[in-house]
Design a protein. Structure first.
Lengths: 452, 452
């Protein structure tokens, strides 16, 4: 009954139960909720009730709930429950979640956190921290059940029963040989359909697709997206099974990577969300803006160097924003197509050449259409045929160059193994700004005596 | 052994087997491949080999492979295999995939495609087509196994065995009561761990979170992302189970929604990928560019209306691109944060006000920093204190207004139930362009006699 209530009512009920010490009612509410919803209520609680609330939760429930909090809240919550309980909670958490929690901490801080955990669990986490960030090794979990290829179905089911708690979400059992190398996979469905006395090696699927520990997490996401796997095994150089990556982590990776692309395309600053503080957000955005300020001054000095041309025909200034804006825009359009395309598939030389040819075709069509349009407008507005020609020809040229810049620059960066989204929207826009002004005033200077 | 070969070698081997009529070798290759890889090879084959290749595949394999092709190729492939086989393939495909295939077809065309299918399957697809696009009803599949709450575990496993082929990927059995309303869910794991004589209603999880048929697909994605479900049941107004949405469709939704946000933020044109033809891509991008051309002319006419001011102090033109660029940028930065924030969570008034206050704080910090910097540069460069003041004060004002526009406009659109990403980057940039020119020249005109 509780799960259908809106969240603020649940929070009120929780506060009431806490105030009146009604442990049983509180338990009932929590039982019906998913960890995510519990976390929402916890964050909504007044400070003084939070500690009491945490005391009421069992270790496994606490571990589930903490995984739904953001990093800052995770740390403060772990501190609130004291070292002993926090050690137990950490033991119970998925190790990939712990690894991402510790990611930005100092060495001492990490030791302090790990000290409360059992030796076995903490050494697993420390091993994971040795893999570079955003690799399969950092994302994998050790909460899975493996079986030997010599097992019978009955033995497999028995092992599953022993480790039932451990294998909560994932519905595969990975099969390893005597060297712990991945030999196959069986799903729970296979086990249900099989006879108890059949051998695992006779029913397992042997053509397992696995991923190396140091492989980029984007590659893992691509494999799961392509093949619709629930999980993918992670192996080291020798093919030994080290962990598995599950689909729920992959959904998070897909969202994270898309957000990163958007952040870079719009230079909106790394990791700014609704909860980021003003000064932090300003600090993250400022570097870009200051860089752009100086690049903007370069545009300005180009105009300054054409001061004579400009003062002879001030009307040239009227078309400046349009030409710069259009060029910046067409570049961003191409850039977005390339960045998202690269995110979703590998490309070869053939694809690259075809893409460049395609974008050139687009630039020609767009350029000719817009150039004719603006030439006519300029002629009607300012009554000068030559001005119409200068503006139209400039726009055609700048649109072609702008489109090519937006296409080729990210491809070159990709080839150089630099994230193509680094060539973010504003950068392309600004490069195109400068190019467009040079072309525009260059052409205009050439015809200046005919314009005035 | 084949699955480790690079794709072009696999294609060559396939062509060889096709040429030499080695049916068995071809079968062996295909058996080792995932549908996605098969589709890649198929697309790589020369036209004349494609039909022969299709002949070699069984109906289920064909159905799996076709689901991995893009829409155009799906249609041409179905036409290649002839009406009889294509009917059988369609019967075998997931109905959500058929629904999205038919989405953009004319009514006659749809009838033609469905006519080869069995009555039962085609009526299910037609029912789905009645739900609006991008809703849960369009995304759901009927390939799942439901059981009654009165079953024993043994009866459930027996039903699962009967429909084994049907329930390939998903590891839940949904439990319905005598009115076909969702009563609970059991996982294959629960079945494995349970005793054969236990009753389903004693082991099932009753607090199932479901979603309505007409709910937006983004909501389904959010639920799966939050709760890490493998699938989510779709119900009608009366709570009757109509289908399920699986995590693999959700991964596709997440990618699609992120791409849509990027398309709109960069106005890069709807659904343009590496394979889109030049004229199609140009046609999709042109409307935006032409609109921006006219908006750019508005900027131009603002400059024109300040022609006198400008011709008195041409140096004012030098700072125009910097001010317009910075204002456009800071607006895009805010916009990206708001659009992605809205995509990942619901917001209330409190959040909105806090967000606006935060962005105002950011604007103040950024504005003051950049204004002081540019005022000093302008003074040093042009040797005029007043010009430094005019440029600095303009930048401070425009950065504040630009940030607020990038924050408030998408929020208002969201409130009006218009997709906030419609206020795409270029639009905000252009609005900010116009505002910044008005402010800049307004302030400059006021001080013009002191500048010259």
């Amino acid at each position: 009954m509780y799960k259908t209530l809106p969240q603020d009512q649940l929070t009120l009920l929780t506060i009431k139960a806490l105030k009146e010490g009604k442990k049983k009612e509180l338990q009932q509410i929590m039982e019906e909720l998913q960890p995510y919803d519990m976390a929402l209520i916890y964050k909504d609680l007044p400070e003084k009730h939070q500690s009491r609330f945490l005391l009421q939760l069992t270790i496994p429930v606490l571990a589930d709930m903490i995984q739904e909090l953001d990093q800052e809240d995770q740390i403060s919550t772990l501190q609130k429950i004291g070292k002993e309980r926090s050690g137990k909670v950490l033991d119970d958490m998925d190790n990939d979640d712990i690894a991402s929690l510790l990611e930005n901490m100092s060495h001492e801080r990490i030791q302090q956190f790990l000290s409360g955990m059992t030796k076995e669990e903490s050494s697993i986490v420390q091993d994971m921290m040795n893999y570079p960030p955003e690799t399969a090794g950092r994302l994998m979990t050790n909460r899975f059940v493996w079986i030997r290829d010599s097992y019978s179905v009955r033995e497999a089911v028995d092992k599953l029963k022993t480790f039932a708690e451990f294998a909560e979400t994932i519905n595969y059992l990975y099969v390893v040989d005597d060297k712990r190398k991945v030999a196959g996979v069986v799903s729970y469905r296979d086990l249900l359909l099989a006879d108890m006395n059949q051998m695992i090696k006779d029913i397992m699927y042997t053509r397992v697709i696995s991923i190396g520990v140091e492989t980029d997490q984007e590659e893992a996401a691509r494999l799961i997206e392509r093949y619709d796997f629930l999980a993918i095994p992670v192996v080291d150089d020798e093919g030994i099974l080290k962990g598995i990556i599950t689909f729920d982590d992959i959904i998070d990776v897909v969202i994270q990577e898309a957000n990163e692309d958007i952040e870079k395309l719009s230079a909106s600053g790394k990791a700014i969300d609704f909860d980021t503080k003003s000064h932090v957000a300003a600090y993250r955005r400022l570097p870009w803006l200051i860089l752009l300020l100086f690049i903007g001054l370069v545009s300005g000095s180009i105009i300054a160097s054409f001061e004579e041309t400009l003062s002879q025909a001030v009307a040239l200034a009227f078309f400046m924003p349009m030409i710069a804006g259009m060029t910046g825009n067409t570049g961003t359009q191409s850039l977005a197509v390339v960045v998202r395309g690269l995110a979703s598939r590998d490309i070869d030389m053939k694809t690259v050449l075809r893409l460049i040819a395609r974008e050139f075709g687009v630039a020609l069509i767009i350029g000719i259409t817009c150039a004719i349009l603006i030439a006519m407008i300029a002629y009607v507005w300012q009554g000068s045929l030559i001005l119409g020609f200068v503006v139209g020809a400039s726009l055609l040229l700048t649109l072609i160059i702008g489109t090519m810049a937006g296409t080729v620059i990210p491809l070159i960066l990709y080839k150089l193994n630099i994230d193509p989204a680094v060539a973010s929207g504003p950068l392309i826009t600004t490069i195109n700004d400068i190019l467009s002004l040079l072309i525009y005033f260059g052409i205009a200077s050439f015809f200046i005596h005919s314009i005035i």
